[in-house]
Design a binder for this molecule. Structure first.
Ligand SMILES: Cc1cc2nc3c(=O)[nH]c(=O)nc-3n(C[C@H](O)[C@H](O)[C@H](O)COP(=O)(O)OP(=O)(O)OC[C@H]3O[C@@H](n4cnc5c(N)ncnc54)[C@H](O)[C@@H]3O)c2cc1C
Length: 388
């Protein structure tokens, strides 16, 4: 909590104050899930006047989708698959979209074969030419698993579950490409997300709710932001309007280090180059995504039609090439980065009229549903405080 005597950010920067009938109660930076969910709650439930300022030429943040020149629905910032165990999150978003049920499946190209990932019974049986039962699979994994105590890194997580050989074939190369770091240098949290199964379940996720917005993410965002008390400014950096537009409270969903002009140093983010291709064929690959842990510079290829269910004589695919610089996509989970983040977080706690929310402001590897959940909690807290 900021000290009671702390000047508001508003005062610090000399921003004009909003009065009744003039300006905005809340200025929101970013029209991704974090910003849009909060905008709708504050305007819809709190009766607030809200301005959403977005640097990009569209709403939706990284979840934005659009129709390409061939008329295929694509995700310009990489494939986004919605999945959650939270009924609260799913019900909330269902107010703005209908859904198309979708279970994502991924194959990994290993030793010249396409094998299910997460590793399951079929992965091991096909790779080694075995006919293990589920029970025997558990015994097999126990026999190859290494003992590491304590489990600290991503490498530790995987070798204690599936042993060194499967780790080398499926995880090591992929992680090195994705993060530019060896799994032994990354927090356990990165690979802790990937389960191992002794049955034949080949779904990538097992969450209770798995579905894609029926008419795409952008339509969902448009429905969420279509409210008489919400204004949206695209192609605008918030710094360009901060001292021009009257406001009372700021909700910031961009990178936290950028907000403070990188005063403690830059937080590392991993970026990606996306290579889109439209192909003159109906189908390109058997499942939504194929991973390439050991070959090529790209990590994976996704065919959007699996995700969207679109019928079309052509198809669109996307290759992801990880890189160190570029748009900030993934906070890099390492202990020293978290320590640096904590310094920014404690600066943020000193500002009584600024709220930091979302993946980049929290410097956490959040999925869409986690960001929506965080935004809903934040909105409830702000609503409980009353209009600023
Ligand atoms: C390649 C990739 C694939 C992913 N796949 C999945 C998936 O399959 N399933 C899943 O659940 N999650 C996935 N995610 C995560 C998902 O994208 C995030 O959880 C979600 O988009 C975060 O929403 P957000 O609002 O916090 O941030 P963002 O979507 O990044 O929105 C923040 C917005 O703030 C804007 N902004 C920043 N600075 C400024 C400024 N100075 N002025 C104005 N505007 C500014 C940005 O332009 C951006 O639009 C994926 C992420 C990536 C990168």
């Amino acid at each position: 909590m900021p000290p009671l005597s702390a000047p508001s950010y508003h005062e610090q920067i000399g921003a004009p104050s909003a009065r009744d009938g003039d300006g905005f109660d809340t200025l929101i930076v970013g029209a991704g899930f974090a910003g849009s969910v909060i905008a709708e709650r504050l305007a819809g439930d709190g009766g607030e006047r809200v301005l959403v300022v977005e640097r990009r030429p569209h709403v939706g943040g990284n979840a934005y989708d659009r129709y390409d020149d061939a008329g295929l629905l694509v995700h310009p910032y990489g494939p986004h698959i919605f999945h959650t165990n939270s009924a609260d999150v799913f019900e909330h978003l269902s107010r703005f979209t209908r859904w198309r049920p979708y279970q994502h499946r991924v194959l990994a190209s290993v030793d010249g074969r396409l094998l299910p990932i997460p590793i399951n019974l079929d992965t091991v049986n096909t790779l080694y030419g075995l006919k293990l039962s589920a029970l025997e699979m558990e015994a097999f994994l126990a026999s190859v698993a290494e003992r590491v105590d304590p489990v600290r890194t991503s490498e530790d997580v995987v070798v204690t579950r599936v042993g060194r050989e499967l780790y080398e074939k499926f995880f090591r190369g992929y992680t090195r490409k994705q993060w530019g770091l060896d799994p032994s240098e990354l927090d356990a949290s990165v690979t802790a997300r990937v389960p191992t199964r002794s049955n034949r379940d080949d779904r990538y996720f097992t969450d209770t709710f798995q579905a894609m917005p029926l008419h795409g993410y952008t339509r969902l965002f448009e429905n969420m932001l279509r409210h008489p008390r919400i204004s949206v400014m695209l192609n605008t950096d918030y710094r360009d309007v901060l001292r021009l537009v009257p406001w009372k409270r700021l909700v910031y969903t961009g990178p936290i280090d950028a907000f403070f002009d990188h005063r403690h140093g830059k937080l590392p983010y991993r970026s990606l180059d996306f290579e889109h291709q439209t192909l003159d064929q109906e189908r390109f690959q058997a499942v939504g995504t194929v991973n390439f842990p050991n070959d090529y510079a790209y990590t994976r290829v996704t065919e959007f039609k699996h995700l969207t269910g679109q019928q079309h004589r052509q198809t669109s695919i996307i290759y992801e090439h990880p890189r160190a610089d570029g748009d900030p996509y993934y906070p890099v989970p390492r202990a020293e980065n978290h320590t640096l983040f904590r310094r920014y977080e404690s600066d943020a706690e000193q500002l009584c009229d600024v709220v930091f929310v979302g993946r980049l402001a929290s410097y956490r590897y959040y999925n869409m549903d986690q960001v929506v959940a965080q935004a809903l909690v934040t909105a409830r807290r702000l609503l409980a405080q009353g209009r600023p």
